[in-house]
Design a protein around this ligand. Structure first.
Ligand code: SF4
Length: 263
C-alpha cells in the first residue's frame, strides 16, 4: 500500500477509535527533531484538510540542551511547510544539565512537562500530540511487565492534571519502519538527541529482543498491540477482576484490533 495512505489509515483509526480530536480543537504537536514527531506532524496536517471535523494544527519544540546538532534545519523546514511553530529554549532544563549532569529521565521529563504546558498555553491549544509509536507502546508494555510488575503501557489519550489539555498519541498503530520511510520520503530533517545514542539501557535491551524475535515472528508487535486492546481480566491474577464467588456476568467481546493493524 502507498506509504501516505497507510499512515493516514492508521492515524485516522487511532484518532477515531480513541476520540483523540474533536470539533474546534487546536492541536499542538511536540516536535522533538526525530522521525516520529515529524511524521506525526505531516499526518495531522494532511488530516486537518481531510477530516470531517474542523481543527487546527501548530507545533512546538522544547530545547533542553540535548540536541546533538543545531535545530535550524527543522525550523526552516517547518517554515517552508507554513507551520505555526514555537521553539522554546528552556533555561531551567539547561541549568539542570549544568548542576546535575547525571539527572535521570524522571527529572528531565518533569522539567519538560512544565515547559510544554507553558508553551502550549501560549499557543492557545487545547490538545497536545506526542509522536510515540507502536514500537514505544510495545516496549513500554514489556518494560512494565518485566521490570515493574504491572500490566500497563502508554495511554493513547489522557489529560493534564487539571484537565486543561488532552494529551494524545496518534501514532499508536504506526510502526517505526513507517515513520522512518515516511520522514525520508518527505525530506524532513532529523536532529538526533544525545539520549537516543546511549547504549545499555533497558530500552535498548528490549529493542534487541524484539529484533531477534521478529526474525521469526514479523507480526509480533501487532499481536502485542492487539493484546493491549483485548484484556482477559478473568485469566490474570488481579483479584479486583476475578469472579471469586461465581457471581459475575460473562465479559462482553472486545472490538477486535487485528483488522486495523493488518496492512
Ligand atoms: S531520554 Fe534523555 S531527553 Fe528523554 S527523558 Fe530521559 S534524560 Fe530526558
Amino acid at each position: 500500500m502507498d506509504l501516505e495512505k497507510l499512515l493516514l489509515r492508521k492515524v485516522g483509526e487511532a484518532v477515531t477509535r480513541f476520540k483523540m480530536i474533536r470539533e474546534g480543537d487546536r492541536v499542538a504537536v511536540a516536535v522533538s527533531g526525530g522521525k516520529d514527531s515529524m511524521t506525526l506532524l505531516e499526518a495531522l496536517l494532511l488530516l486537518e484538510k481531510r477530516a470531517p471535523v474542523q481543527f487546527s494544527v501548530c507545533a512546538f519544540t522544547i530545547e533542553q540542551g540535548k540536541f546533538l546538532r543545531p535545530f535550524e534545519p527543522v525550523g526552516e523546514y517547518l517554515k517552508s511547510r507554513g507551520v505555526d511553530w514555537t521553539y522554546h529554549h528552556d533555561r531551567p532544563s539547561i541549568r539542570l544539565i549544568d548542576e546535575q549532569p547525571d539527572h535521570g529521565c524522571d527529572l528531565c521529563s518533569r522539567y519538560r512537562r512544565r515547559a510544554v504546558y507553558q508553551v502550549v498555553r501560549g499557543l492557545g491549544a487545547n490538545v497536545i500530540a506526542f509522536g510515540h509509536t507502536a514500537d514505544d507502546f510495545c516496549e513500554s508494555f514489556l518494560r512494565n511487565a518485566m521490570y515493574t510488575g504491572r500490566i500497563s503501557s502508554l495511554p493513547p489519550v489522557t489529560w493534564s492534571r487539571d484537565r486543561e489539555f488532552r494529551l494524545i498519541r496518534p501514532l499508536v498503530f504506526v510502526s517505526e519502519d513507517v515513520t522512518r520511510k515516511y520522514a525520508e520520503s518527505v525530506g524532513a530533517p532529523v536532529i538526533p538527541c544525545g539520549c537516543s545514542q546511549k547504549t545499555g539501557t533497558v530500552r535498548n535491551s528490549i529493542r534487541s529482543m524484539f529484533a531477534a524475535f521478529e526474525q521469526e515472528h514479523p507480526r509480533l508487535k501487532e499481536s502485542l498491540l492487539a493484546a493491549m486492546g483485548n484484556l482477559e481480566t478473568s485469566r490474570l491474577l488481579d483479584t479486583r477482576y476475578l469472579d471469586l464467588d461465581g457471581q459475575a456476568a460473562p465479559d462482553a467481546e472486545p472490538e477486535p484490533l487485528f483488522p486495523i493493524l493488518a496492512e
